[in-house]
Design a protein around this ligand. Structure first.
Ligand code: NI
Length: 220
């Protein structure tokens, strides 16, 4: 008998059960710490924990805070899109070729995703704020997805947003000084960001809408 009056057998069972519970807790802890995918290989003597486990450290960060004006004249910041996926394209409404192609692909991809696309906001951010006024943007995006948001701003705001998303743009010379017929060179990629504004993937402007939809679907 133990000094608390219980039989020795019961006490032993309690100790064994206690030890077993401790073991399970430790194994559980290791399981969560190492990650379920690597759990089986944890017991493999040749297994080494990879030096780089985070994809976030690969390459420069894409995305960041912005403050712009939308096609209705309302101020919009990155915080307005928290909780939504965003499909972002930087371009300009006077672009003769590449921009309409990209925006059409975005529109068709979202349409083919149907109700699955309801949490994705397509954004068109101009790199030509001088000509792409609120009114001009409103008219232009009406040709594309009904939920598309057009964004413009001051030259400084646009430069800051483009820089955050690693987008290059450069205004070319007018035919005659002061004329409004200039072109703007710009990166032509579609960026797909998650609900916290983190980069997920990107598409070239030449991607087919179906291929874009398929890749987006995997993140939803
Ligand atoms: Ni363009």
């Amino acid at each position: 008998m133990t000094n608390d009056g219980r039989p020795k057998g019961v006490s032993r069972i309690a100790v064994v059960l206690g030890a077993l519970a401790l073991c399970l807790t430790l194994i559980g802890g290791v399981y969560f710490a190492v990650g379920s995918e690597r759990f089986s290989s944890f017991f493999d003597p040749s297994f080494k924990i990879p030096k780089q486990t985070s994809t976030a450290s690969k390459g420069p960060q894409i995305g960041g805070p912005f403050e712009l004006v939308d096609h209705t004249g309302a101020v919009r910041t990155n915080a307005d899109f928290a909780g939504k996926f965003t499909l972002i394209y930087f371009g300009y409404t006077y672009c003769p070729d590449v921009c309409p192609t990209s925006l059409t692909a975005m529109t068709d991809a979202l349409k083919s995703l149907g109700s699955k696309a309801k949490n994705i906001v397509p954004l068109f951010i101009t790199v030509d704020p001088k000509r792409d006024t609120v009114e001009q943007l409103r008219m232009y995006i009406s040709h594309f997805h009904p939920r598309m948001v057009g964004l413009t701003g001051t030259e400084e705001q646009i430069a800051k947003a483009a820089n955050a998303f690693r987008v290059y743009f450069a205004k070319q010379k007018e035919s005659t000084p002061g004329a409004n017929d200039y072109l703007v060179d710009h990166s032509s990629i579609v960026l797909f960001m998650d609900q916290k504004g983190r980069f997920l993937t990107h598409f070239s402007h030449a991607v087919a809408a179906d291929a874009m939809a398929e890749r987006i679907r995997k993140f939803l």
